[in-house]
Ligand binder design. Structure first.
Ligand code: DMJ
Length: 649
């Protein structure tokens, strides 16, 4: 007899035998039994260690599978995310792209020489239709993003008749484009622009000086503080740089544009925990990017615009669909200002040009739908007075608040501007926009228009609970230009007469000041018996923020009447800006006292709209070429960023 087998000695190591073939006798059950017996013979520690090793091996295998699979999905070594961001169009501006290959990214080092030569002067403004391939790729990317292949399929075969957002039946060929993946910028080219004349060169010089200050002391920040040679931050998005992109393009500043483009490409990031004002960031950032895209054809700007537009969308998630004033572009949390649940009427009704265009270019409808819902609701509200709107609106109830106060200045101004400009943008199809605008102009005539003493200057005052005030913000000086634009597009000829009269007044608001620059607010004299000046200024209102409205209207008035006096007036204004606001070390500064030429008191701030609007409108004003950003092809947003008119009238 054999003695019973002695118990297995305790082992301090683990032995694992792997046998992938059949067991020696071919019996699976026997092999299973033997494995199980061996497993049972192991100590608890040994079993745990084996299980741990197996789990580790399994996890490692899974991770390497994922990594390999990702590479399969992203050929050419590009990540899946990069694939999604494929440009809609190949850029038409090779110079900045080549420069981007240059690792240098900071001001102070000249950008790499460019391959293709920019013409001196305004470039050939060109809007190009996408080629079929790029359009298809973009369609694919959008479908992946939204999972809306079905919707896209429908749009592949659009019905002949579309329903506009107001429910009107329209024929697609007649004009207004619904946002669609097929929609794209129309193809328009402009003849070789004339070389800049002497006055335009002076604007280029002013721009270069402003830009030099920004570049030296505020690069990549929101605003230059030219006196202290530093910067201020508002949204932390390089506001001045983005607001200036299309101006540089129009002024033919190739090197500056290329350098700014590189910053947008490498440094502009929207993933940041920061609150932005919906209106201000829409008109400056979204508008600036869309316009830069249209002028240059560079898809980078459209990608950035779409990213930014998406981050603004939470602002529309309110009970009333009237957007909040502020939204955090990093967290997606939107909110009204701390002290109220109201939004400003001008703000919620002056984002439509940009959101509509973003939808048209991307094919993503939500931008247009959200913005137009606001227009629809405001249109239907009570509380207006002959087309004039109050200044505030509740984001909870969707109703106007602070009823009975009417102005064409701050908090209401661009509501009127965008009624007209949306109508023009959409190819003049939407008669409700036009009619609201026409009614408002009559409301202005009826309630807000007066003539000053002794010079009988026509001005637009304010109404508060039935009481007229002869107060006029410089902001109201957008109105002559808007009226002239409407008349040009077929609205009553007497709008042009009113535009001319108001233009005279706005110019006088500047000329009657000792510096030749308008204060922020004036009060007009209404009393013939008093030996007073027409234009009076209160001490608190004597500042000038380098605002554009007077030169904006001068541009329209000159372009649409051909009268050279408007150019002369603009020239005088440029001299005043140069004399009283130019800071020798670079940049221009807003000033605190337009009535003291000896000490205008620089406020140490150069607003982004000085480059985005004021200098751009001056440059366009001094051009005699009506094709340079033709008013039949483009509509300017309220920050002077040109966007294409969707269809010819
Ligand atoms: C700009 O941001 C825009 O023109 C806006 O419509 C009004 N305020 C400034 C310029 O004054």
């Amino acid at each position: 007899m054999y003695p019973p087998a002695s118990p297995a000695p305790h082992r301090d190591f683990i032995s694992v035998t792997l046998n992938f073939g059949q067991s020696y006798d071919g019996s699976k059950s026997r092999r299973r039994r033997s494995c199980w017996r061996k497993w049972k013979q192991l100590s608890r520690l040994q079993r745990n260690v084996i299980l741990l090793v197996l789990a580790f091996l399994g996890l490692g295998g899974l991770l390497s599978y994922i990594s390999v699979a990702d590479q399969w999905k992203a050929p050419n070594g590009r990540s899946a995310d990069e694939q999604k961001m494929r440009p809609a169009n190949p850029p038409v501006l090779p110079a900045p792209q080549k420069a981007e290959a240059n690792p240098e990214d900071v001001p102070g080092v000249l950008p790499q020489a460019t391959r293709r030569h920019f013409r001196r002067g305004p470039p050939n403004l060109q809007i190009r239709a996408p080629n079929k391939d790029s359009e298809d790729r973009r369609l694919d990317a959008t479908q992946r993003r939204e999972g809306t292949a079905d919707a896209a399929q429908q749009e592949e075969h659009p019905q002949r008749t579309l329903v506009s957002w107001r429910g009107a039946m329209i024929e697609p060929e007649q004009g207004t484009d619904e946002p669609s993946r097929k929609a794209e910028a129309p193809t328009r080219t402009q003849n070789q622009p004339a070389p800049p004349n002497e006055r335009q060169k002076a604007v280029v010089d002013a721009f270069r000086h402003a830009w030099a200050g920004y570049r030296k002391f505020a690069w990549g920040h929101d605003e230059l503080k030219p006196v202290s040679r530093s910067f201020s931050e508002w949204f932390g998005l390089g506001l001045t740089l983005i607001d200036s992109l299309d101006t540089m393009w129009i002024l033919g500043l190739k090197k500056e544009f290329g350098e700014a483009r590189r910053w947008v490409s490498k440094k502009l990031r929207f993933e940041k925990d920061v609150d932005v004002n919906l209106f201000e960031s829409t008109i400056r950032v979204l508008g600036g990017l869309l316009s830069a895209y249209h002028l240059s054809g560079d898809a980078l700007f459209l990608q950035k615009a779409e990213d930014f537009g998406n981050r603004l969308m939470p602002a529309f998630q309110t009970p009333s669909k009237i957007p909040y004033s502020d939204v955090n572009i990093g967290t997606g949390v939107a909110h009204p200002p701390r002290w109220t649940s109201d939004s400003t009427v001008a703000e919620v009704t002056s984002i439509q040009l940009e959101f509509r265009e973003l939808s048209r270019l991307t094919g993503v409808k939500k931008f247009q739908e959200a913005a137009e819902e606001v227009t629809r609701r405001v249109h239907a509200l009570s509380g207006k007075k002959d087309g004039l709107v109050p200044m505030f609106i509740s984001t909870h109830s969707g109703l106007f608040t602070h009823l009975g106060v009417f102005t064409l200045g701050a908090r209401a101004d661009s509501y009127y501007e965008y009624l007209l400009k949306q109508w023009i943008q959409g190819g003049k199809q939407d008669t409700q926009l036009r009619d609201d605008y026409l009614e408002a102009v009559e409301g202005i005539r009826k309630h807000l228009l007066r003539r000053s003493e002794p010079s009988k200057l026509t001005f637009v005052g304010e109404l508060a609970h039935g009481r007229f005030s002869a107060k006029m913000d410089h902001l109201v000086c957008f109105l002559p230009g808007t009226l002239a634009l409407g008349a040009h597009h077929g609205l009553p000829a007497d709008h042009m007469e009113l535009a001319r009269a108001l233009m005279d007044t706005c110019y006088q608001m500047n000329r009657q000041m000792e510096t030749g620059l308008s204060p922020e607010i004036v009060h007009f004299n209404l009393h013939p018996q008093k030996a007073q000046k027409d234009v009076q200024v209160k001490p608190a209102d004597r500042h000038n923020l380098l605002r554009p409205e007077t030169v904006e209207s001068l541009f329209y008035l000159h372009r649409l009447t051909g009268d050279p006096k408007y150019q002369d007036w603009g020239w005088a204004l440029l001299q005043s800006f140069n004399t009283y606001t130019r800071v020798p070390s670079g940049g221009y500064s807003s000033i605190s006292n337009v009535q003291d030429p000896h000490n205008p008191q620089p406020r140490d701030k150069m607003e982004s709209f000085f480059l985005g609007e004021t200098l751009k409108y001056l440059y366009l004003l001094f051009s005699d070429d009506a094709d340079l950003l033709s008013l039949d092809a483009y509509v300017f947003n309220t920050e002077a960023h040109p966007l294409p008119i969707w269809a010819p009238a």
